[in-house]
Design a protein around this ligand. Structure first.
Ligand code: SF4
Ligand code: MG
Length: 337
């Protein structure tokens, strides 16, 4: 299918200042050289431990931050290059659903006004048309219309997330970044919100970047999955490939910690325990950024950064082990020939 979002060489570095003169002493490489596409209508899962740069990636793509460098083309427009009114004009088609809906719901505004706010800002609808649209949106997310005049604090966490979703949908976006949208909710209502997001996607043809630390949940939702570690995407593959045949040692370790529903599989699985902590993104290691913790580390890993590239159809990874396999395979086939 067609590509909707094209991310190239995306970097988001935050300067570190010190002292009263605010001298720049370094930078945090929160997002470091990402390259990936999101296809129209798919859900790309973006997984990794907290602090790996997932949320920063989502925000940089939506221009809630100004990326340090790189490009993000959404439906053919590079949003990194846009300023002022041009960026404003692009806003309606790219929206975000936040982990904590509380943070984006003004406590002094009624629900109807919260949902209508983007319509007031970005459309020339009359008050009557806005009321009608708010009703439609409340229906779409499963909120009773009679709640329209209530305030956010009168709702449960799940209902507040529905308000956040209705607001994000108000302007008919094409692309939505969902940043841990259920992480703050009770387990009992997480599935309801996930199902709602899936239903809305089908109905409205939405494209999602779905950010989560929960690999089981992403497995349920995603078309393809990208794994992030210390500001970089280390592996990206169609869902079944990633979960059944992970190629990168970090992905293998992450997945080994996820229980499988099949007891025979579970009994034979090797749980990979990673040593050490994630290094600071202000001081990433030389070479492969996973080299300080990788069970398969080799001398080259501490010197040369592995290239993120395709190893098998649609299966991308950055690891010297994969290069080695290929060159050995190459040597072997040369000998045979
Ligand atoms: Fe491990 Fe080396 Fe591969 Fe990095 S490049 S993941 S350190 S084997
Ligand atoms: Mg986050």
């Amino acid at each position: 299918s067609d590509t909707l979002v094209e991310v190239r060489d995306l970097r988001m570095y935050f300067p570190i200042y010190k002292g009263v003169l605010r001298r720049k002493v370094g930078e945090v490489k929160a997002v470091d050289d990402l390259n990936f596409d999101i296809k129209a209508g798919e859900t790309l899962g973006l997984v990794g431990e907290s602090g790996c740069g997932k949320s920063t990636t989502g925000r940089a793509i939506l221009r809630l931050y100004d990326p340090t460098s790189g490009s993000v083309s959404i439906d053919g427009t590079d949003v990194v290059q846009l300023e002022g009114n041009d960026l404003r004009a692009q806003r309606p088609q790219m929206q975000m659903i936040f982990q904590d809906p509380q943070a984006c719901l003004n406590p002094r505004m009624k629900v109807a006004d919260i949902i209508a706010e983007p319509l007031r800002e970005h459309s020339d609808m009359s008050a009557e048309q806005r009321r009608e649209r708010v009703n439609e949106l409340m229906d779409a997310v499963g909120l009773a219309r009679r709640f329209a005049n209530r305030y956010p604090h009168e709702f449960s966490g799940g209902q507040r997330q529905r308000i956040g979703i209705a607001r994000a949908l108000a302007l008919n976006p094409k692309f939505i970044v969902c940043d841990e949208p259920i992480a703050a909710l009770d387990v009992s209502i997480q599935a309801q919100v996930v199902n709602l997001l899936e239903d809305l996607q089908k109905e409205l043809g939405l494209t999602y970047l779905f950010i989560s630390h929960d690999l089981s949940m992403v497995r349920h939702l995603a078309t393809r999955v990208a794994v992030m570690y210390l500001g970089k995407i280390v592996e990206l593959a169609p869902r079944a490939d990633l979960y059944n045949r992970p190629k990168h040692p970090y992905t293998q370790a992450l997945l080994s910690a996820v229980p499988t529903p099949d007891p025979t599989v579970e009994a034979t699985r090797k749980h990979i325990i990673l040593q050490g902590d994630v290094p600071s993104p202000a001081k990433p290691p030389k070479g492969c950024n996973f080299c300080t913790r990788c069970p398969a580390v080799m001398p080259i890993c501490k010197e040369v950064e592995p290239t993120f590239k395709e190893h098998g159809a649609g299966h991308f990874a950055a690891c010297h082990l994969l290069e080695q396999d290929q060159s050995e395979a190459g040597e072997l086939s040369q000998k045979q020939a």
